[in-house]
Design a protein around this ligand. Sequence first.
Ligand SMILES: [Fe+2]
Ligand SMILES: [Fe+2]
Length: 134
Amino acid sequence: MGLLQWEKRYSVGIAAVDHEHRELIELINRVYDESASQDSKDAIVGFFGDLFKAISAHFALEERFMRERGYDRLTQHKNDHERLLDEIRDIMEDFETSNRFDRQLLAQRLDAWFSRHFETHDARLHTALGMHPG
Ligand SMILES: [Fe+2]
Ligand SMILES: [Fe+2]
């Protein structure tokens, strides 16, 4: 059982974005599960790298989408993305330098992330642009 689970209310109604959100949840769960085994530091570092890349690419997609449609809250949304990337970078660096991995902290941060960013910024994107599933 992973850390996060996809829920219908996470849907922003933009197929490409929803697809990537599901993929991110899977990746995060893999990082979280890997972290339970103490002798797989390399695997965790590798997964973190993949996670960071996937998240950056996802944010770039959303930001391109918002720019193309002249979304009114682009700056606020982009700032939140940057804050999230900073947090991931911090967790990654802590882990690489200290050898200690705080699973609880990772769980808390990632959970706060998805529940908040999905339900506020990403959901508003859906509402404001009036997109329909498909
Ligand atoms: Fe977003
Ligand atoms: Fe998103």
